[in-house]
Write a protein that binds this ligand. Structure first.
Ligand code: KDO
Length: 333
């Protein structure tokens, strides 16, 4: 973190700790505000509402806020640090804005599948990352959620633009979420990335202010992007994840039994969402084809090699602890 960010976070965390102590002293029941840009029908938020919330309802009132309605996408971690929020579904890209080394988990073609994500998250290699987020940001990373394989999804028909290699994306105005790690990935794919909040993407596609976006198939369906796009190129450029992020100040005010219940509930919700998301990924190709979208696999080797080559020698790679990429690879197939 920069010195200014560090000072800001330290001050915000002190405020959050005081607020949490007041809450803990005042009541056995704590309200947990969860904010996300995702909808209430996204499998991750469904699992939080249907698996997490009931399991902790004795001592937690779960208050979800969807579609970025409470906190704008990307501002959730700061909000948790300052006590304005208690929970979010955070991306590695967002954590990388505070701790650049998290960008390793946001790098194209690093994670291989959902099981690999879990193996990495549960491995001791993750301990210093979790510790830093707790100690320097006041955010406890409880569990890992599977978002899915991100693919490129364009307005142009395949006839207008066929994408087989990264050079075919030259000049394509691709919406990517708005942090440096996301923008870097968009460039690494060969496209011209445009930062934009998730909640604005549908309209941007509809009005042709961007050519396309990237997201896993369940998100393309949940957010109805298929209504305003014509093709999906199965680039699988990022097996995407989110962390269930929880206020450390609130966590510290819970009893040991309550902490264990919160942890178990988060793990159960993550597992439930992962299975549903995997199921949806395998089913949705036929649904999307029925909606008239063209779906095809590009030259995956060309994409993988191009993306990986962009990271070599990048400022992101410079922040990765020595040997970490090799350890992550060893945990895969
Ligand atoms: C997106 O903005 O494209 C993204 O997929 C990024 C993810 O990290 C995640 O925040 C997600 O949006 C939202 O939860 C909406 O699904």
């Amino acid at each position: 973190m920069t010195p200014i960010t560090r000072r800001w976070v330290a001050a915000a965390m002190t405020a959050a700790t005081c607020a949490a102590a007041t809450i803990a002293a005042a009541a056995d029941n704590t309200t947990i505000r969860m904010s996300t840009p995702a909808s209430e029908t996204d499998q991750r938020t469904v699992a939080l509402a249907e698996v997490f919330a009931p399991a902790v309802s004795d001592f937690i009132t779960y208050e979800p806020h969807y579609n970025g309605s409470l906190i704008a996408q990307g501002a959730e971690l700061e909000a948790i640090a300052s006590g304005d929020l208690e929970m979010s579904i955070a991306s590695a890209q967002e954590l990388a804005t505070f701790f650049p080394e998290f960008s390793i988990f946001a790098t194209g073609y690093v994670h291989q599948d959902a099981a690999h994500q879990v193996a990495v998250f549960d491995d001791p290699l993750m301990a210093p990352f979790k510790q830093k987020a707790e100690e320097e940001l006041g955010v406890k990373l409880l569990s890992i959620m599977y978002l899915g394989r991100r693919h490129v999804n364009l307005r142009q028909t395949k006839e207008e633009l066929t994408v087989m290699t990264p050079s075919d994306l030259a000049g394509v105005n691709l919406r990517m979420p708005g942090t440096d790690a996301w923008q870097f990935l968009g460039k690494a794919l060969g496209a011209n990335p445009t930062p934009m909040a998730f909640t604005e993407v549908y309209t941007a596609l509809q009005t042709a202010s961007v050519d396309g976006q990237d997201n896993p198939l369940p998100t393309v369906v949940d957010a109805k992007f298929y209504e305003v796009t014509n093709q999906i190129i199965l680039t699988s450029h990022l097996v995407d994840l989110n962390y269930i992020a929880f206020s450390k100040a609130i966590w510290d005010g819970l009893t040991e039994d309550q902490q264990a219940a919160v942890q178990a509930a988060a793990d159960a919700a993550a597992e439930s969402a992962r299975q549903k998301q995997l199921e949806k990924e395998s089913e949705l190709v036929s649904f999307l084809k029925e909606q008239g979208l063209e779906i095809y696999e590009p030259d995956l080797r060309a994409f993988r090699e191009h993306v990986q080559a962009q990271y070599v020698g990048s400022e992101f790679a410079a922040s990765w602890p020595d040997g970490l990429l090799a350890k992550i690879n060893e945990l895969g197939n």
